[in-house]
Structure formats: C-alpha cells, structure tokens
Design a protein around this ligand. Structure first.
Ligand SMILES: Cc1cc2nc3c(=O)[nH]c(=O)nc-3n(C[C@H](O)[C@H](O)[C@H](O)COP(=O)(O)OP(=O)(O)OC[C@H]3O[C@@H](n4cnc5c(N)ncnc54)[C@H](O)[C@@H]3O)c2cc1C
Length: 487
C-alpha cells in the first residue's frame, strides 16, 4: 500500500477505538474529542504532504517489496546521500510543526528502519526474532503506521543506582509465555502521541539500564493501541479550544503525553523482538546504531525549532523597533550561534557517517549526542528566555482576536500599532510569542526537550563512564613531563 493520506490516518484511528482517559472521561473518538482532534489534524497534514505533487518525490521512495511510493523515513540508509535525502524529508515534517511535535511519525519509523537493517542483532538469542523485526518493518512501511513508544517503568521509589529498582507490582512485567505469545502486566511512561497513534512499541531505554535480575522486565515488542487491556491516561490538554489567532501553537500541535497501563495484555509471538535477555535489551541502541539514527531525526527537528525561534525573535525586534539596541542584537546573535551550532552538529554527523557492522549507513553519534544534549539542557530554555526578554510587556499587553470586533477596537488600533506593524498584526505575532514562551504549551515544550531523551543526569553519567578520555589525559601528562628547555 502506498504512503497514507491524512484521511486514511484519521479513518484508521476511528476504525480502531482504543481505551483513552482524560480528565475523568473515557474518550469515545480521539479524532473528534476537543482535547485531541487538532493534534490528529496536524499529524494528518503530515501524511497529506506525502501526496502533495510538489513534495511527493522528496517525501517518499519506492518500496523494496511492493514498488509503491512509501514514506522516506522507512528507508534503510546505505549511503551518505540516503541520510541527506532522509534529512530533507524529516526537515519538511519538522518545519510543518515549527519543531513543536517531537513525535511526528518519522521518529519511530527511523528506529524500526535501523533495527530492520540490523535485524541480525535480534537473532542472537532467538533466531526467529530476526524475522519478526524484518516482517514488522515491512508491515509498518507498507501500511504507513503511526507509532508511539513508552520506555520507562513507573517506580515506587528512586535510588542513585545505575539501574532502576523495579517492582513487579508496578513495572511492566512478563506474566507468562504461551504457545501463541506472551502476556504482560504493569505500567510505563510516557507515551507521547499515544492516544492518537496506531501502534505502541515497548522496549528498554539506555538511560534506565536493566539489572541482571530484571529478566521479566526485559523485552521489546509492538502492538496495536486498541489491544484489549492497553489503557492510556492523558494529562490535561494544552489545546484550550481557542482560535489559531489566540493560541497558534496549542490549537494545532497538541501531541498529548500519556501514562500507559497494561492489564494482562497479550502480545503474539510475531510481534516480539527481544525477550528475557538483559544484555541484549541493554545493548540494542548501540548494537543496532538506532541511537545514532534517532539522534539524526531529533537534531533535524531541533534545528527546525531553533530556526523558528530565531525567526520569531527577529520579527519581535522588527515589530517593536528595538533592533538598534545593542543587547537586543546580542540576544538575537545568541540565537544565530545556537542555530549554527545545531546545523554544524547535524552536518558533521553526516560527514562522519560510516556503515555499521550490518551495512547500514549510520550518522556519527558524537555530534548528534552533543547537539541534542546541549539543546535540551541549555539552548532551548535560553531560546524561550530570549523570546520573553525581547517581548517583555507586549507578551501581556495582548488583545484577543474578539477584541478587534468590539467598541474598544478603535483604541487598540490607535495605541497598539507600532511604526512598522498594525495593532492586529502585532497581536497575532505576540500571541505566537506568548504560546512559544509563556503558555502551558510552551512550558511543556521546555520539559519535553529536557526529558524526552531519558533522564539527563543518567545520560551524563553514562557519557562520563563510557567516553574514552584517556588520549586527552595522556596529552596533559606528556606536557607535564616536558623537560625544562628554557622556554
Ligand atoms: C514531555 C515528556 C514527554 C515524554 N515522552 C516520552 C515518550 O514518548 N516515550 C517515553 O518512553 N518516554 C517519554 N518521556 C519520559 C522520559 O523518558 C522520562 O521522563 C525520563 O527518562 C526521566 O525519567 P522519569 O521521569 O521517570 O524520572 P524520575 O525517575 O521520576 O526522576 C526524578 C528525579 O530523580 C532523579 N533520579 C532518579 N533516579 C536517578 C538515578 N538513578 N540516578 C540519578 N538521578 C536519578 C532524576 O534526575 C530526577 O531529578 C517523556 C517525558 C516528558 C517530560
């Protein structure tokens, strides 16, 4: 089947109602519920881009099995040109949401494509899992499936251990194996896009290593979101039901985060990719290069987001006429430097790409890891702060769309225009700036960038413990041991 249209994605969600709870209510139809419907529309628009005559060539490739035009994020890259071509496609999708939808479907398509290319990794314990991974990749590619994932177990308490303290009463745990498959019970966080995806993938995450005795929590599988016993519990929606003028981001890009409960959920064998092997579960990201491929998608989106924040900031400066003020120029220059840093990391990952042991062309991990770490930890929070500092009171002196149709409109037009911009255009821009820097939608964006890639503290500990620092220390030792040559 060729790449799906937006209507096909929406109909797929309607045809397979899943158990979704939000604010005390069981959602009947995620495509029409006010908390979710606009996020659905935005994902549907991404699928429609694959059918835009001007974009189709850029967004799709010929399926190796059917020959149909399928989404390019399902490509298993074999050359650097494949990586660059895939980046252009991902850029289109990232720019469509201003970088605000972290879980556009390419995110997980790319992971499964990396796994399919490295399917031998999954055969190491049970040979049949290799075929399962390959068949599943064929299935999601030919049906253009939208996936979510939930990788972190809920915990009753935290420790400083490198591994979590998993309780079988809370963590997602194997209940039994049968001739037909496995049964699992427990909970996971957080499935972003969960309620509006077709399937949910479950696998471990590098930042939460499994302990030797966590065999019953060690697995990788993927099942439809409407599988009996799968329950999504949503946070409050940041789509407040307001107009695009008043709430330009939240009214479009609500990708919804959810806790997932599994009540004795059956997973057929053909959907199981790893089971019971702690070492393979802990090692898959490096063993298949899927972390590098994910990083490539993530940094492509971060770049689109950084460019959006830069453009927004400079429009604020133009609107307020503040462009001659030195510290304003310095703040925008900071955004330019951040944007260029991300671009450099992304391009370096492609320039230094190399085939992995499975023959899949894989971007270099180091520049991607560096880019995504600093983006979440310091760049994005600073971008938000700069928009606040540039916008100041204009983020609050903000007429709503409806105010322009009232008796006070004359005053608004007279007093709120600037030398360059009408009052209405100023209000439109600053609603966007507010939604990008002050609203609940924007707060969640900062949290997302900090956290979605796993616990940042644990990621840093992994980096410290696994990075080869020896060559640099050796250089210092050699310098210290230099003979006094009188210089
Ligand atoms: C908006 C958002 C969207 C997300 N989307 C997804 C998604 O789609 N899929 C998915 O799988 N996950 C997703 N995540 C979850 C993300 O992977 C986790 O939030 C992240 O791994 C941190 O885990 P935690 O929230 O359980 O942290 P907690 O364990 O609750 O950490 C609480 C605090 O304790 C510290 N801490 C806890 N244990 C340790 C330790 N052993 N060593 C050092 N410090 C420790 C942490 O640093 C933190 O300060 C999302 C998170 C957010 C915020």
């Amino acid at each position: 089947m060729p790449a799906r249209t937006g209507a096909e994605y929406i109909n797929g969600l309607k045809d397979r109602p899943r158990e979704v709870w939000i604010d005390g209510e069981r959602v009947k139809d995620v495509t029409t519920h006010p908390a979710l419907k606009n996020g659905v529309k935005s994902v549907a628009a991404l699928y429609d881009m694959q059918h835009d005559p001007g974009l189709r060539e850029e967004m799709t490739f010929a399926s190796p099995s059917s020959g149909d035009a399928v989404g390019l994020s399902f490509l298993v890259p074999r050359t650097v040109e494949d990586l660059e071509r895939r980046r252009l496609m991902m850029t289109r999708w990232a720019q469509a949401s201003c970088g605000m939808m972290g879980r556009s479907p390419d995110f997980l398509n790319i992971i499964f494509s990396a796994w399919a290319g490295a399917s031998g990794y999954f055969a190491q314990d049970r040979p049949e899992f290799q075929q399962n991974v390959e068949d599943y990749h064929d299935f999601i590619r030919e049906n253009d499936v939208a996936l979510t994932h939930a990788l972190v177990n809920l915990q009753r308490r935290r420790t400083t251990n490198a591994t979590d303290t998993l309780s079988e009463e809370v963590a997602l745990t194997l209940v039994k194996e049968t001739d037909a498959g496995i049964v699992v019970k427990g909970s996971r966080v957080l499935a972003t896009l969960g309620p509006i995806s077709d399937e949910i993938a479950i696998y471990p995450v590098a930042s939460h290593r499994l302990a030797d005795d966590d065999g019953r929590q060690s697995f990788s599988f993927s099942i439809p979101c409407d599988t009996p016993g799968v329950k999504f519990l949503c946070r409050e929606s940041f789509d407040l039901g307001r107009s695009h003028f008043n709430h330009p981001l939240g009214s479009r890009f609500e990708e919804m985060d959810s806790v997932v409960f599994f009540d004795n959920v059956f997973v057929p064998w053909e959907r199981v990719f790893l089971l019971g092997n702690v070492e393979l579960c802990n090692g898959y990201a490096m063993g298949t290069s899927s972390d590098a491929h994910t990083g490539h998608q993530v940094l492509t989106r971060c770049l689109a987001k950084a460019e959006f924040m830069l453009g927004l900031s400079d429009l604020i400066v133009d609107t307020l006429g503040s462009g001659t003020i030195p510290h304003v120029q310095e703040q925008v220059a900071e955004l330019i430097t951040q944007r260029d840093t991300l671009w450099s990391c992304l391009r370096a990952s492609e320039a230094d790409a190399s085939p992995n042991r499975w023959g899949v062309m894989s971007p270099a991990l180091a520049p991607l890891r560096a880019g995504r770490t600093i983006f979440g930890r310091s760049m994005y929070p600073l971008m938000v702060e700069i928009v606040q500092m540039l916008g100041t009171s204009s983020l609050m002196a903000l007429p709503a769309e409806a105010d322009f149709g009232t008796d006070i409109a004359d005053e608004i037009h007279q007093y709120m225009a600037t030398d360059t911009t009408s009052a209405r255009d100023r209000a439109r821009l600053f609603h966007l700036a507010w939604d990008a820097s002050c609203s609940s939608f924007s707060g969640r964006q900062v949290l997302y960038e900090r956290m979605f890639g796993g616990n940042p503290v644990r990621n840093s500990l992994n980096l410290y413990n696994n990075y080869d620092k020896e060559p640099f220390k050796q250089r210092v030792r050699e310098f210290l041991e230099l003979e006094d040559d009188g210089l």
